[in-house]
Design a protein around this ligand. Sequence first.
Ligand SMILES: [Fe+2]
Length: 308
Amino acid sequence: MPRVIAANDPKAIGLGDLVDIVETGRFDARDEACFASFGPALGDLAANRDFLADIIVAELKDRCRSQSVRNAYGPQVVMLHAGRNFIVRANFWPAETDPVLQENGPEAFFYHRPHDHNFSFLTVGYTGPGYWSDYYEFDYDACVGAVGDAVDLRFVERSRLSRGKVLLYRAHRDIHAQLPADALSVSLNIMERAPHIGYRDQYGFDVSNGVISENLTETAIEPLLAICSQIGGENARDLVETYAAYHPSERIQFAALTALASTCPSIDARIEVFAQAARRSAPFVARMAARQCAAINAGRHWITRTAH
Ligand SMILES: [Fe+2]
């Protein structure tokens, strides 16, 4: 369960005030107590009932120029501030009955997808009754992170991010499966921002079976490795091989291995790439490669059939 931050008698402040408080304070997202100490200030911003509507009106008057430049999250988010080491944003949580949810489906809003986070963040309920979550915790350090690995998920509770409630979600510890709010709701976040976050893994979970179901972290590197291995020459292949052997992220190493395997002329050659990788000492690469060998072997009949 994310850490609940006591917000005593919040007094409304502006977005600029919040940014000043974080920028002039000692902000260290890796220090839980330090990050939590900014929770009351986020609660104070949530007590300001006008600032978000004012920002949205201003954006619309400027053809959303600022959002076009700064917002990489899509229409569910309004980016409020992008600082050097933190982000402030607003998130919209539609209800089951809202047309936007019915037309786009719950997946578009990350509902019913149990996941942890590869970054810590503070959040507060701003308007509406708040999205629901089923909360779990797990021990990230006891987990290699391969898809299909069993994880000890400990259910904590179902609760909602009601208006004024401030929570600190701890990276690699708190898991939630979000459920639609009972009516359209908005939350505000202060999120950790750091260049290494893309190399830290965020998982999706199958809570019924207690396993990791997917790795949700994506960088621009993985698709470029796949393309590079297909359309580049020898120089490109050398580069992909270097990623496969030496990149500090095992997830990126495995993406490079998959890219190399995809260029193999036969199924047996593809299996051999993964079989060699399965003997590596890097545990995530070895586990994923072994599973890939098994998957290709299991599907060999269908792959061959398709090839003919
Ligand atoms: Fe989440």
